[in-house]
Design a protein around this ligand. Structure first.
Ligand code: A2P
Length: 276
């Protein structure tokens, strides 16, 4: 992977380029906290912002994008269909109103509630109506991807999954790659839990980097787009400082060995569905 390239991207099946590092705003309060985080990220050079209908902060994301002065077309904006709703197309229109923009770059089914296929025709309608450039999924297992591919007219471009050395899900990432779907990592820091791990800390010290940078870099070197969340300016900056170093093979192997998912192809670690 080339060093010093803050605009590294992967090409999606619909032809658009998704940045390798973005800001996730899960659990960021609507209002000034969210606006500041997004504005700081855009100032820092982030060009991927990831929100969702379920987060309740799309309006703040939209305001921050407009206030930033960064042209809309330079930003890759993702939101997600809340699958407790019925109509992905109608909900996309409402998202666009809240975001104050006339298109999304990516629209994902947030999780496969009610099964992996029912919402897809509405996602395809949103795409065909020009509301979004790309459509995809989140929290789908390899089996659920297979079911979806049997009925889809448009292929899902992305599967956004919980992913870190501890939640490696190698089988699921492989299934995504085989289907031409780019995997994207949420909770790459384990929502903060993995930052104090001694193995991560040792590798960070040896590389002269921080634990957060090591975890983000590991996911990038696995080929994923990564969306760490922070509301602190210095951390938002730190989490973007991952383009000018590379983890060596020994470090990658030591991080791989932290996996607790046994290379699963499932999207979720518990037997039960986490949203129920
Ligand atoms: P905060 O938002 O207060 O900065 P994940 O991306 O895995 O969901 O992790 C997000 C959590 O990790 C948040 O609690 C966030 O806290 C914290 N976090 C994000 N970046 C860093 C960092 N560079 N150093 C320490 N904690 C961080």
């Amino acid at each position: 992977m080339a060093a010093n390239d803050a605009q590294l991207t992967r090409t999606l099946s619909n032809g658009t380029e998704i940045p390798l590092v973005g800001l996730g705003v899960w659990q960021v309060q609507d209002g000034p906290e969210c606006e500041r985080a997004v504005e700081w990220a855009l100032e820092e050079g982030y060009r991927l912002i990831d929100t969702a209908q379920a987060y309740g902060n799309e309006s703040s994301v939209g305001r921050a994008i407009r206030n930033s002065g960064v042209p809309r077309e330079e930003i890759f904006l993702t939101t997600k269909f809340y699958p407790g709703g019925r109509d992905p197309h109608a909900e996309a229109e409402k998202s666009l109103e809240r975001l104050g923009t006339d298109y999304l770059d990516l629209y994902l089914i947030h999780w496969p509630q009610g099964g992996p296929t029912w919402a897809w025709p509405g996602m395809e309608q949103a795409s065909e109506a020009g509301l979004t450039k790309g459509i995809g999924i989140s929290n789908f297992s390899a089996g659920e991807i297979q079911e979806l591919l049997k009925v889809s007219q448009i292929q899902p471009a992305v599967n956004q999954i919980q992913f870190s050395p501890f939640e490696y899900r190698a089988g699921l990432v492989e299934a995504c790659e085989e289907a031409g779907i780019v995997a994207q990592a949420y909770s790459p820091l384990g929502t903060g839990r993995h930052l104090g791990d001694p193995v991560v800390d040792r590798i960070a010290s040896a590389a002269g980097r921080t634990p957060a940078q090591v975890l983000i870099r590991w996911a990038m070197q696995k080929g994923l787009s990564v969306i760490p969340k922070s509301t602190h300016r210095e951390r938002i900056q730190e989490n973007f400082g991952v383009f000018d170093f590379e983890l060596d093979d020994d470090s990658i192997a030591a991080l791989d060995a932290l996996d607790t998912t046994r290379q699963t192809s499932e999207a979720l670690s518990r037997d039960g569905k986490w949203w129920s």
